[in-house]
Design a protein around this ligand. Structure first.
Ligand code: ARG
Ligand code: ZN
Length: 868
């Protein structure tokens, strides 16, 4: 028992500490080996830890072990009980005289009471862990930082009836029964790893088994572990895992390195999934899928996340991060890798469109708002707040740009070099870039600004042609906007793929060329351009920038039908739609003819993949339209978008009907069928927008007759935006049919929270009182509160009811689960973008949050930065 006279934590300071990248120091003590012994019980779990510690960098320093929330029971050094330790806030500080010691601690923790879902917690009767970034310290005292790599031995003891399955990292080595109804298992992970990759699971689980033979002929036993009743929905995940293992061998030369690979699905999880060595733990929404309950998008996400976590075995686990400022080293690269995997499973063009759409929906607003930060941040209060679209998705764009600059062969040589040079170590973003330079033979000095400068660069492009003269002049200039803490920016390296097309003949006038714009302004000259050229720029979205060009509606419509780069075709259509919608929002009306013509041409082009057509004819999201306006007027944006939707629906009604009535076959998850379903659902949306008499019937019939969730939810979504009587009936049927399936009930909440109807804010406030709603399950909280926050029209209702609701929910959720609460705050931080009345209402709610007593540092950081 700890001695009562010990110095105990001073109360936490009112302003949480800021951690700076520049303060990095190598660890004072290393821990080459650790053994953990868990006596598992949901109410009181005992953890005995035995650490072999070796002095690292600084001489004379005591051993400092991070901790949080546990009850300390004993401390031994070299086998002898000691009591000269102190607690400094939550850290256990032990003075040690020699160079190497054995330190043992025993603590007690309470998994069942752990509602923040970090450390060891319970999810519907399953005990599981989540340690990234700093959850391991909630399990036992340890140097909880990614540059301390240890070999782990883990022994678990638990009641055999309640917890028949005991899993941990690495390979199982031993186990047995005890005479009191308990049993034990021991696992050993031979690969040194940081504490954030530790995992254990105990529960009554069933397994879908598979096997994979690696490229060197080793047999790996695979297991997807879920509750018995969910077993039938695990085949897709298992298949995706095998595809991922093969893909990483073929594309990156990376082979799996243990004899087993396990994945466990749990219902309560703070984010998507976690790449713990040999034992990935997933949010069940990224594992479970069958046609009746999962949409095509869900299927795609399952495969993408399974791949992502598997790929981390090399980009994250074999090579980890030196410190959390380097988070994008593993996340940006791994997102880039999972995007490549998904692109190879179906249409690469459609995948690129989806990725850019989500970058614009989540990363661009972050980069332009109060929470903007570089891909390698300089400081943070709570690292959990930095698992952002910037670290992940913009980080992936940085890797993509380097791959573009190097070309495929040199990029592969550079990743080979990276894996070889840094295997078994904790590396930095700089280490990665240095490998790109060394193997690629390029100088990336200026490119490094992408890691340190926040903000989305803007490129202005104007193309002039001397009629008859044959010379075309392209003037490019760049500007990087100011972001918090970074008022002045340097010019960056922007890799822009460019091509010119002839306006009359539609022929390409040049080859595609890669322009590296690295000056504030540059001029490019093209000779022998015999007809008026049209500019295709940033093809494939080669740089994550905003392009401002003076291309006319006619030129954009032309590119949308003639560019040979599918992404550029999509992009031209988006730009044309955006220009039209911005004009509509500002002037109250707009000329829709160019958009209608271009959409009509795309719909009737038989050479196009239906999946591409479905993406190309979708209007930009309300939030993205709003981002183009000096001051957001949510009602004007909504009205302009609805007007264009209605007009498109009515003017092209015949084509929508044709697309809707297209070939139908029983459900199959193939790229072709997926595309047809997507196009049909988009067409149904346009038909409903026209107010066509039979639209309600079409939607309801589809809803009732669907043999898959894509069509059922697609119809429900269409109905959700209307006044049709069928809307209420469909929601009722849906609720009762899926009342015992939490993942599908999330869709029921989410679809209502995303409705464009005028009464959505009131409906959402009421839904928060529904007996099936709960803030303790992060998926459910996100389905209602998270979805509502991105519903631009409903959330920004002029009377502020949406702002008040969000703040109320965040304050309540913060007491349960700070990490998830903080994630949902950003919509309130957009206040600068709105009119004075809305601004004041939003600021008032942020101030109320910041003034809440007992606020977590997670929510404090997000709310206080949003007010600055
Ligand atoms: N490394 C995990 C992944 O991206 C996510 C961990 C998120 N952690 C957090 N504290 N938000 O695969
Ligand atoms: Zn990741």
């Amino acid at each position: 028992m700890p001695d009562a006279t010990h110095a105990i934590a001073t109360p936490a300071p009112s302003q949480p500490a800021v951690i700076h990248r520049s303060d990095y120091r190598p660890p004072a003590w290393m821990v080459p080996d650790v053994s953990l012994d868990f006596d598992l019980d949901p109410d009181a779990t005992r953890v005995r830890a035995k650490l072999d510690v070796r002095r690292g960098s600084a001489a004379g320093e005591p051993l400092r072990l991070d901790g949080a929330g546990q009850t300390l029971l004993s401390v031994h050094v070299d086998g002898v009980a000691v009591n000269d330790w102190t607690l400094d806030n939550d850290a256990l500080v032990i003075p040690l005289s020699g160079e190497a010691h054995t330190v043992e601690t025993e603590v007690e923790i309470a998994p069942e009471a752990n509602s923040q879902l970090m450390g060891l917690y319970a999810s519907s009767g399953i005990l599981c862990t989540q340690c990234e970034a700093e959850g391991f310290r909630r399990i036992t005292y340890f140097p909880d930082r990614p540059d301390v790599l240890a070999r782990y031995r883990v022994r678990m003891t638990a009641d055999k009836a309640r917890f028949p399955i005991l899993l941990a990292n690495g390979d199982p080595v031993d186990g047995g029964d005890l005479d009191d109804g308990r049993h034990w298992a021991e696992w050993h992970d031979p690969y040194p790893k940081p504490s954030y990759l530790f995992a254990l699971v105990a529960g009554d689980l069933a397994v879908n088994r598979g096997s994979f033979t690696t490229m060197s002929g080793r047999e790996v036993v695979l297991g997807i572990w879920v509750r018995e009743g969910d077993l039938a929905r695990t085949d897709h995940a298992l298949h995706a895992l095998k595809l991922s293992m093969a893909w990483d061998e073929q594309v990156y030369g990376r082979e799996y390195d243990l004899d087993v690979f396990n994945i466990v699905a749990v219902d309560d999880f703070n984010f998507g999934a976690m790449e713990n060595k040999g034992l990935n733990i997933f949010n069940s929404r990224y594992i479970l899928a069958d046609p009746d309950t999962a949409t095509d998008i869900d299927y795609d996400n399952v495969a993408g996340v399974v791949a992502h976590e598997y790929f981390h075995n090399w980009s994250g686990n074999r090579i980890t991060c030196r410190d959390w400022f380097q988070l994008s080293l593993k996340e940006g690269f791994t997102v880039y890798r999972d995007q490549g995997f998904s692109a190879d499973q179906g249409s690469a063009a459609v995948k690129r469109i989806e990725d850019v759409r989500s970058l614009r929906a989540s990363q661009f607003p972050e980069d332009g708002g109060p929470l903007a930060h570089p891909v390698r941040p300089e400081s943070f209060i709570e690292i959990s707040n930095f698992y952002t679209a910037t670290i992940y998705n913009k980080g992936a764009e940085l890797i993509r740009m380097m791959a573009t600059i190097l070309g495929p062969q040199r990029f592969r040589a550079a990743t080979d070099l990276y894996f070889e040079r840094f295997d078994g170590t904790a590396a930095t973003c700089e280490d990665f870039v240095a490998c790109m330079e060394d193997a690629g033979g390029v100088d990336l000095s200026q490119f490094r600004l992408w890691y340190s400068q926040a903000g989305t660069p803007r490129v202005a492009a104007t193309l002039d042609h001397q009629a008859g003269g044959g010379r075309a002049t392209l003037r490019l200039s760049q500007q990087v906007p100011a972001t918090p803490g970074q008022p002045e920016k340097h010019a960056m390296v922007l890799p822009l793929k460019i091509r010119l097309f002839g306006a009359e003949t539609g022929r390409p006038l040049t080859d595609e060329q890669l322009v590296l714009l690295d000056q504030p302004a540059e001029t490019l000259v093209f000779e022998a351009i015999s007809e008026r050229p049209v500019l295709s720029i940033n093809r494939g979205f080669s740089a994550p920038v905003v392009i401002e060009s003076d291309r006319s509606p006619a030129d954009l419509a032309f590119l949308s039908g003639h560019d040979d780069d599918p992404f550029a075709r999509y992009e031209a259509m988006q730009q044309l739609m955006l220009d039209t919608l911005v004009a509509g929002a500002i002037e109250g009306q707009a000329d829709h003819r160019a958009v209608i013509g271009a959409v009509g041409a795309t719909l009737s082009d038989p050479s196009l993949d239906p999946a591409f057509v479905a993406e190309a004819v979708l209007l930009p999201a309300e939030g993205f339209i709003a981002d183009q306006l000096a001051t957001v007027d949510p009602e004007a944006v909504f009205t302009a978008r609805e007007a264009l939707r209605r007009d498109l629906g009515a003017q092209l009604e015949g084509q929508w009907r044709e697309a809707y009535d297209g070939p139908r076959a029983p459900y199959a998850y193939t790229p072709r069928d997926k595309g047809l379903r997507r196009l049909r659902n988009v067409a149904l949306g346009y038909l409903a927008a026209t107010g066509a008499e039979d639209a309600a019937k079409l939607a309801f019939t589809q809803f009732a007759a669907a043999d898959n969730m894509t069509d059922r939810q697609g119809a429900l979504q269409v109905l959700s935006n209307t006044d049709f009587d069928e809307r209420v009936a469909a929601f009722d049927i849906f609720f009762h049919r899926y009342a015992d399936n939490p993942l599908v009930l999330d869709k029921w909440f989410q679809t209502q929270a995303l409705s464009s109807r005028a009464d959505t804010a009131d409906v959402v406030v009421e839904l928060a009182q529904h007996r099936a709603f709960s803030l303790t399950n992060p998926n459910r909280a996100r389905a209602l509160v998270g979805a509502f926050g991105v519903n631009q029209r409903a959330f920004n209702r002029a009377d502020g009811v949406g702002y008040r609701f969000l703040a109320d929910q965040l304050i309540a959720l913060d007491r349960i689960n700070p990490q998830t609460s903080a994630k949902l705050l950003p919509p309130l931080g957009r206040w600068r973008r709105f009119d004075p009345a809305r601004s004041a209402l939003m600021r008032g709610e942020l101030e109320r949050i910041v003034a809440t007593p007992g606020l977590s540092k997670d929510l404090f950081e997000q709310a206080s930065k949003s007010l600055e």
